[in-house]
Design a protein around this ligand. Structure first.
Ligand code: MRU
Length: 335
């Protein structure tokens, strides 16, 4: 299934290589680095993005922070931990991965072995995610009861994970099984993760698709052209309320009105049982430039005020089911 000729993240010979997603789909440019600061900046700029991929990159970054370090290794580790934790606040996978690496570092009596041990942990997080994506995709097949037209938002595919993706992974697996007729990919304003990234992946996978502006989803549903909606998530609260790319909540409301099933696909590392409801999820606000400019070119007035939340939270009662690597969860959600 994963016969793609690109990858989001790969670690070899002491360096992380990542595909700069800001240049896709036109340019496939890989960045190779062993500098955790470069990885932190890559996460902030969305060169590396998508909740699971952010977590994996963060784990490698924290391991790299102690590469070739002997004196003052604890201080270096703490400094890198705080820096990477500040990159993006919503995707809980970031904090999950940093937590795993921190626990591993703290349990080491001989810190001279830190780099090797932490790197192995990061590799484990990466390969676990590959497995989880595959299982999510398999578990997701149950949501298709006929050859379907599926709408998705943002990018929850190979670019956003270590493996074949979550929402796009489910779609790709179901396509292989003959259960997907076509995909509608929301363009996903403001940074076009749908029209640039999901479209890039679907094209490579040979899955029929079209892209539409986000506000065309309503009319597609009204015309009876959408059988189900599947998206990813950045953080799922203990009650199932789910944060995902801004515009996801709109889709869930539309699905409710049009009686269309609305599913979330995510690994358990995206579930934050420490946060009771969506009200407790911190939503990142992005720079106004992402709204006022396209390709650096000003499309409105510089001094206009902007409201730019990167995510919204869909209440659990609008979610038909949550597909994880463990199973397909139905309401009332208990993880
Ligand atoms: O701002 P982004 O591009 O990182 O937002 C990504 C999303 O909203 C994805 O849907 C989510 O992280 C799930 S990725 C498997």
């Amino acid at each position: 299934m994963n016969n793609s000729d690109f990858f989001a993240l790969s670690f070899n010979s002491g360096y992380l290589t990542f595909l700069d997603q800001t240049k896709l789909p036109g340019i496939e440019d890989y960045v190779q680095t062993d500098d955790y600061e470069r990885i932190a900046v890559g996460i902030e700029r969305l060169e590396i993005r998508g909740a699971p991929a952010i977590g994996i990159a963060a784990a490698y970054a924290l391991a790299l922070a102690v590469k070739n370090k002997t004196v003052g290794i604890e201080e270096d580790f703490d400094k890198a931990y705080s820096r990477i934790a500040r990159t993006r606040p919503t995707a809980v996978n970031l904090f999950y991965a940093l937590g795993v690496i921190k626990t591993s570092f703290e349990s080491l009596s001989d810190k001279s072995k830190a780099y090797d041990v932490l790197l192995n942990k990061a590799k484990e997080i990466h390969s676990d995610d590959i497995d989880k994506c595959r299982k999510i995709s398999e578990n997701g097949l149950a949501v298709f009861n006929k050859k379907s037209r599926v709408l998705t938002h943002c990018n929850a595919g190979m670019l956003a994970t270590g493996g074949m993706g979550t929402a796009v992974g489910v779609i790709a697996y179901a396509f292989e099984k003959g259960m997907v007729e076509k995909v509608y990919a929301d363009e996903t304003r403001p940074l076009f993760q749908g029209s640039r990234l999901t479209a890039f992946e679907l094209d490579k996978l040979g899955i029929p698709f079209s892209i539409q502006i986000d506000s065309a989803a309503a009319v597609l549903m009204q015309k009876g052209l959408v059988d189900l909606v599947i998206t990813g998530a950045d953080r799922i609260a203990a009650n199932g309320d789910s944060a995902n790319k801004i515009g996801t909540y709109n889709l869930a409301v539309l699905c409710n009105y049009h009686k269309i099933p609305f599913y979330i696909a995510a690994p358990t590392s995206t579930i934050d049982t420490g946060t009771e409801t969506g009200a407790g999820i911190k939503v990142e606000e992005r720079s106004k430039d992402e709204i006022t400019r396209i390709n650096n070119s000003l499309i409105t007035k510089e001094h206009f005020n902007v409201f730019s939340p990167a995510f919204d939270v869909t209440p659990n009662e609008l979610i038909t089911g949550i597909i994880t690597e463990e199973k397909l969860h139905y309401p009332p959600y208990k993880f």
